[in-house]
Design a protein around this ligand. Structure first.
Ligand SMILES: *[C@@H]1O[C@H](CO)[C@@H](O)[C@H](O)[C@H]1NC(C)=O
Ligand SMILES: CC(=O)N[C@H]1CO[C@H](CO)[C@@H](O)[C@@H]1O
Length: 357
């Protein structure tokens, strides 16, 4: 990935900044401190947080990516660092099937047998790889694609994936309007973590105005509309409630949910609550077994256990339309590299292969 593209991705990614601020607070961990941290993520507070974090997994907080904001200091820093994760792609190769993408250039061995390929089509890519690497990941179980922008790589359609474009925030309104013509994509994702100052950073009122002006009219062009995605902290739900309460004339085909933490039961409760509370089918458009609350990171064994615990929940509930594990990318931003789903060779890690097969 070129440095420019990487920076672009980092700027847009939800993970960009909040991970170096107080980070994502579990749904049930009310924390006033979180709000303070988020608000001051670009000021002196950030240094304090960095110090506090330095005792943790060093990889966690090495990249700042605040080009998304006007406060924006240095987005250059260590963004070009190579991922330091273990690369399981050798094992992954054996597990990958290219059955759903017969015309792909996947380098998965044609002779390999998938572990299991449910063909459920619920796995989505929040994608940070290059375009030509995408074919390495497409299976009968994968279906959705977005990359925090309103631009879709050509290969998405030809690989049989369902493209989603995002009105990320104010910064890509023009790009969004240019691209969101009939048939360009299937789904529109609303704003990215609007309740975070380091992300699209807008009030429910502002988001309602953007939605009514730019997103809702696309319904008539055949698009299915997905709510904004608030960050996984308690204020996110409040923000969402206010947004829904005020968005008159708005229609929603699905609810977007983001979640980062280390407890599978908490994940299940959180996602279920979003569904029960707001009443729409759900896309979990970002999630990982990642601790942003100061404790230890999950071990690789625990990450596997987390995956084993949440996957049956995600697969078996019809109201969950799709789920997007983080991350199919080379640079994991501030997330524990043990969660990485793509190896340095652009092929699935063992964990990545397990999610898509
Ligand atoms: C998303 O993909 C498009 C098409 O390949 C690319 O132009 C754009 O830079 C990507 N966006 C990000 C944030 O990587
Ligand atoms: C940037 C922003 O609007 N943050 C908001 C996130 O949501 C909570 C709850 O509505 C607000 O208090 C924050 O101001």
């Amino acid at each position: 990935m070129s440095a420019a593209k990487l920076l672009n991705l980092l700027a847009l990614s939800s993970l960009a900044v909040l991970l170096c601020s107080q980070g994502v607070v579990p749904a049930n961990a009310l924390s006033a401190e979180h709000n303070v941290g988020a608000r001051h993520a670009f000021g002196g507070h950030d240094q304090i947080v960095k110090k506090r974090r330095s005792a943790l997994n060093k990889r966690q907080c090495r990249t700042r990516s605040n080009t998304a904001t006007s406060e924006t200091p240095s987005a250059t820093s260590s963004a070009a660092e190579e991922p330091s994760s273990t690369d399981f792609s050798g094992a992954a190769l054996a597990a990958v099937t290219s059955s759903a993408a017969p015309d792909s250039t996947s380098s998965a061995p044609a002779t390999s047998t998938p572990i299991t390929s449910s063909g459920s089509g619920k796995v989505g890519f929040c994608w940070g790889g290059s375009n030509d690497e995408l074919a390495n990941f497409v299976t009968g179980k994968t279906k959705y694609f977005y990359n925090w922008s309103a631009v879709i790589p050509d290969s998405v359609r030809s690989l049989g994936l369902s493209p989603m474009i995002q009105l990320w925030g104010y910064k890509n309104v023009d790009e969004f309007e240019q691209n969101a013509v009939q048939g360009y994509a299937d789904w529109i994702l609303g704003m990215n973590e609007p309740n975070e100052s380091g992300q699209s950073n807008m009030s429910p009122e502002e988001a309602v105005a953007l939605w009514q002006q730019h997103i809702q009219p696309k319904k008539d062009l055949g698009y299915k509309l997905v709510s904004p995605a608030t960050s996984g902290n308690p204020a996110g739900k409040e923000w969402m409630q206010k947004f829904y309460d005020q968005c008159s004339g708005c229609t929603f085909d699905a609810q977007a949910v983001h979640w980062y933490d280390i407890d599978a039961d908490n994940f299940i409760d959180y996602v279920t609550d979003y569904h029960d509370r707001f009443g729409h089918p759900v896309f979990v458009t970002e999630f990982a077994d990642q601790n942003f609350n100061g404790g230890a990171q999950a071990s690789m064994d625990e990450i596997w256990a987390f995956k084993a615990a949440v996957t049956p929940f995600l697969e078996s509930n019809d109201w969950i339309l799709g789920y997007f594990p983080f991350g199919f990318m080379h640079d994991m931003v501030n997330v524990n590299y043990d969660n990485q789903l793509m190896g340095g060779d652009g092929k699935p890690t063992a964990l990545g292969a397990s999610y898509i097969n």
